[in-house]
Ligand binder design. Structure first.
Ligand code: ATP
Length: 347
């Protein structure tokens, strides 16, 4: 059982708080992605779990063992970090085999695991090369292969695909997903790439400013952001927000139209809708087109609604130009609401 429990973990660097009391559980064999903007504390949390950083408070448990006082090598974790340490004076084969040799595995097992993970990471043709002769992306794949070869209970990865070009990244992402789904490994994977997060994760924990803002499966995070930050961070382009003023019980005025909404304890809240969740039709939100960006399958239209920006993805067959007036009808079941004071969702 490699369930990971993080209890009330905080981290201060001098006067700066990088992590505020974080509580989270990563289930046995789960693929958990930590997602957030640069500086939100993802790497710090991962380093605390790995034992490379001491928490200012709190506990880390793996299964029934409390590990936060243990040195990294006693935690049963394999790691792939941004500054992937591969040994330049060793061949790719020996780099991948490194931990297996330390664990004194028989040669036949070393051969089998090195071959298998090298194939997965598409580096089998590089096994005899010295790692010092590799490109950054190739070294990164060696680091991932070395971690996978250990067949660990827990694997921690910090942006392990960041040095790969877009196509290779896409391919490696699928390979990683496949191999980790088949293994018994519990994975924590750090990224600031939301597409990578959505595609890999069983659950995503969205972080902001040292807090975990929401932990849920990818569709839930996308469809039902628990906080305004989540809606504005996830989605490309992100969610739209328009001011809403109370028109009655469960009635709100948005862009001059009265629409049904929640019974929030305020007179002003925010109406939110994703760009792909509006269509053109009668009695919609009156919007003036500012910018038109063809994206292939869709066209991204940036509009002005009473001084607020509203983006809509429309069919690329639609002929639309700056200055046009559109009527954008939100799909009712996709409308969300946020409290502008607490920044949390109002349901
Ligand atoms: P990135 O995606 O850029 O790697 P991150 O979300 O992983 O960012 P962290 O590396 O965890 O962010 O850093 C969180 C915050 O803590 C940042 O503001 C960073 O400057 C600060 N920080 C990290 N390590 C230290 C340190 N050793 N001393 C002081 N501040 C630090």
């Amino acid at each position: 059982m490699a369930e990971i429990r993080i209890k009330n973990v905080a981290k201060q660097f001098g006067a700066f708080t990088a992590l505020h009391s974080v509580d989270m559980t990563i289930r046995d064999r789960e693929f958990m992605v930590l997602l957030g903007a640069s500086g939100c504390g993802k790497t710090t949390l991962l380093r605390i779990i790995a034992g490379l950083e001491t928490p200012s408070q709190g506990e880390v448990w793996i299964g029934d063992r409390r590990v936060d006082k243990l040195p990294p090598r006693e935690r049963g974790i394999a790691m792939v970090f941004q500054n992937y340490a591969v040994f330049p004076h060793l061949t790719v084969f020996e780099n991948i085999a490194f931990g297996l040799r330390m664990a004194k595995l028989p040669q036949s097992e070393v051969d089998r695991r090195v071959k298998r993970t090298a194939e997965l990471m598409h580096i089998e043709q590089l096994l005899k090369r010295y790692s010092g002769q590799l490109s950054g992306g190739q070294r990164q794949r060696v680091a991932v292969a070395r971690a996978l070869a250990m067949e660990p209970d827990v694997i921690l990865m910090d942006e392990p695909l960041s040095n790969l070009d877009a196509l290779l990244r896409l391919e490696m992402r699928a390979e990683l997903k496949g191999v980790l789904a088949e293994s018994k490994t519990t994975t924590i994977y750090v990224t600031h790439d939301q597409v990578e997060a959505m595609s890999l994760a069983d659950r995503i924990s969205v972080m902001n400013g040292g807090y975990i803002v929401q932990s849920a499966d990818p569709v839930e995070v996308y469809r039902n952001p628990a906080a305004r930050f989540v809606g504005s961070f996830i989605g490309n382009p992100p969610m739209n927000f328009l001011p809403a003023t109370r028109a009655g019980t469960n009635q709100w005025t948005v862009a001059g139209r009265v629409v049904p909404g929640p019974n929030a304890p305020r007179d002003r809240i925010e109406f939110a809708i994703r760009p792909e969740d509006m269509r053109l039709g009668e009695d919609g939100i009156p919007a003036t087109v500012r910018v038109v960006e063809p994206l292939g399958a869709h066209t991204l239209v940036t509009t002005d609604v009473d001084g607020s920006m509203l983006r809509a993805l429309v069919d690329s067959d639609l002929s639309v130009a700056p200055g046009d007036h559109l009527s954008l009808v939100p799909q009712p079941d996709r409308v969300r609401w946020f409290d502008p004071e607490t920044m949390e969702a109002v349901r």
